[in-house]
Design a protein around this ligand. Sequence first.
Ligand SMILES: Cc1ncc(C[n+]2csc(CCOP(=O)(O)OP(=O)(O)O)c2C)c(N)n1
Ligand SMILES: [Mg+2]
Length: 403
Amino acid sequence: MPDGSARLDQKPDQHGRCDIVAKAGNDHRGRHAESVPDAYYSSGSMAEPAATQTAVLDDREHAMRLFRQMALVRRFEERTEEQYTRARIGGYCHLAIGEEAASVGAIDALEPGDALFASYRDHATALAVGSPAAAVMAELFGKDTGVAHGRGGSMHLLDVERRFFGGWGIVGAHLPIATGAALAFAHRGEPHAVLCQFGDGAMATGAYHEALNLASVWHLPIVFQVINNQYGMGTRVDQSNAEPELAKQGAGYRMHGERVDGNDVLAVREAASRLLGQARDERRPALLETVTYRYRGHSVADAGKVYRTPEEVQSWRERDPITRYGLLLGERGIATGADLEAVWEDVAAEVKDAISQALAASFPSRDGLYDHLYGDEASHEQFGRMSTGAPFGERGGEPEWQT
Ligand SMILES: Cc1ncc(C[n+]2csc(CCOP(=O)(O)OP(=O)(O)O)c2C)c(N)n1
Ligand SMILES: [Mg+2]
């Protein structure tokens, strides 16, 4: 049983909420607040909560923002699952329910000018970086108002204005690209860092090793954040990684590696903030492992029941990141049960509105099929000239051997 689960005697409901969150009017410290020891929040063998965590909790607006972002992701993902079953979303769809703290905590540590890259499990990434929920939902629906104008879909979200450069579908492929962005910062002397999020499965790809090696050799300002959700599809971390304590792999590149409880939003935020700071100020790359779990299957096409037990899933639900953080806010007197319930109602309304807007939006027109390709006005003409095997008409005539 994962550390911490036995100590939480309050069971979350189906939305990961427990009484302090779900029932308005409760004593704000919650029925069980007294019985939950502080140590629970530091999670034993995981990183200890750091002093800077207090700083977040000292700022009520900040503390509540973290809760709201996680609640928004949770509600968005639940409704996305439902929209998929109503055939409003085409293609792949990977949900991050259970992983909210790992995403939100790290992204909250970004500063203006920093760059963000992520894998295909990216709805939480886009919402955490501040992309409007309506534009994210519209992208899932393939609509023109989506963050990628309906051309990317679930796996290829992006928000260049907010410096979120995707949403990548090929496992591990974005690590060298993110490393290139860090090289650009270094080359131009810009004081920014890159946060590159990926799954545990990416660590068994060649691209991962190439990227970490170069980042270390060239002292690049990048934090590689592995979101260790225990599985790559149906394969457990220890079945695919020779060193399953993933943070230790940094040592192979003389890179600082650190493992934190990915279900503790404050621990994730503290570690990400510190490591991104070192990347910006000292050009020191790092590997940050955030240990978490996905409640759902790999994608909407996987029920997630064959390769794991219901007990295992339940044990992680009992250390739900949003429930835990809600309890902490209650214990510290930052939020009452009614306050948190109001947040849940607020995000539910936001997601409902996002669905309505996405439904009302139109699909991209066929005339615009070639828009945004190559980024120049000549792309239509280029495509007109394309022929198989000679995309730019460079051959002139067909060679004899083809006839
Ligand atoms: C190079 C490559 N190989 C295989 C796949 C098929 N594939 C898609 S997701 C996935 C599992 C990746 O797991 P992980 O990196 O742990 O991310 P998670 O899905 O757990 O977030 C695989 C093998 C792919 N997309 N790209
Ligand atoms: Mg995984």
